[in-house]
Write a protein that binds this ligand. Structure first.
Ligand code: ADE
Length: 233
């Protein structure tokens, strides 16, 4: 998979892409992640990419030319008015007005060979970009970020870790929260007794059937208490 991120803050991504599972996935050649500075596609002096909002109002709005030019140059063909579309590629824009990101949606995105992620500023991106360039709009929750960058990072992290071969123990992915509509069960490790806080006996029993039963029970209890909506699905 190839992921292209278009942003006016490319430096924000360096630390995130350079560590942990995302780093290893790139090193293994399982994903290629390119970060593009939108300002490089401005075409204007001082690499300006925004302008005041027509009709008035506070804040600046990102102009369409730079964004169309960036995406068309990344993909290598014109998208409008040519309207050429490739079902193996998707252009994603992050906005609180988008559809809420879920594990299901992340899994669906795995079918794409290439994803172009557009990070905007909340106040302003020219609507023509959303209407004629973007394939899907994604929100990571009902709150407002100052820009789409943190949302793009969340999206990249969630998708990269489920690319086959990235996480070696695929069981750990299957068992975790949201893969089964249940929240994850509680985990314990050494020491068995920490300041008189003891690990549940059943986990030390070696009885795998009983351990499975205990974990299922705890996962159900936790889901009922915190996310009853998941049980309705
Ligand atoms: N940009 C600003 N807020 C956002 C959110 N909640 N999700 C995705 N992109 C955003």
């Amino acid at each position: 998979m190839i992921i292209d991120i278009v942003t006016i803050f490319p430096k924000m991504f360096k630390p995130v892409l350079g560590e942990s599972i995302i780093r290893r996935a790139q090193d293994k050649g399982l994903v290629k992640i390119n970060v593009h500075d939108l300002r490089d596609y401005s075409g204007l002096t001082h690499k300006k990419v925004d302008a005041p909002s027509f009709g008035g109002g506070p804040g600046m709005v990102i102009r369409p030319e730079a964004v169309f030019s960036a995406v068309e140059s990344i993909l290598g063909y014109q998208l409008y008015p040519a309207k050429r579309r490739d079902r193996k590629k998707s252009i994603v824009f992050f906005t609180p007005q988008g559809k809420i990101l879920t594990q299901k949606r992340i899994k669906k995105s795995l079918r794409f060979e290439r994803l172009v992620l557009l990070c905007g500023r909340y106040e302003g991106i020219d609507y023509r970009i959303r209407k004629y360039l973007v394939d899907e709009e994604v929100s990571i929750g009902d709150y407002v970020l100052s820009g789409g960058e943190p949302a793009a990072m969340v999206f990249v992290d969630a998708i990269v870790r489920i690319i086959p071969g990235v996480v070696s123990c695929s069981d750990s992915i299957k068992q975790e929260s949201f893969e089964s509509n249940f929240l994850d069960y509680p985990h314990y490790t050494k020491p068995r007794n920490f300041r008189e806080l003891k690990v549940p006996e059943v986990l030390l029993s070696g009885d795998h059937r009983k351990i499975e039963q205990w974990r299922s029970k705890k996962a159900l209890e936790l889901t009922k208490a915190r996310r009853p909506d998941l049980l309705k699905e």
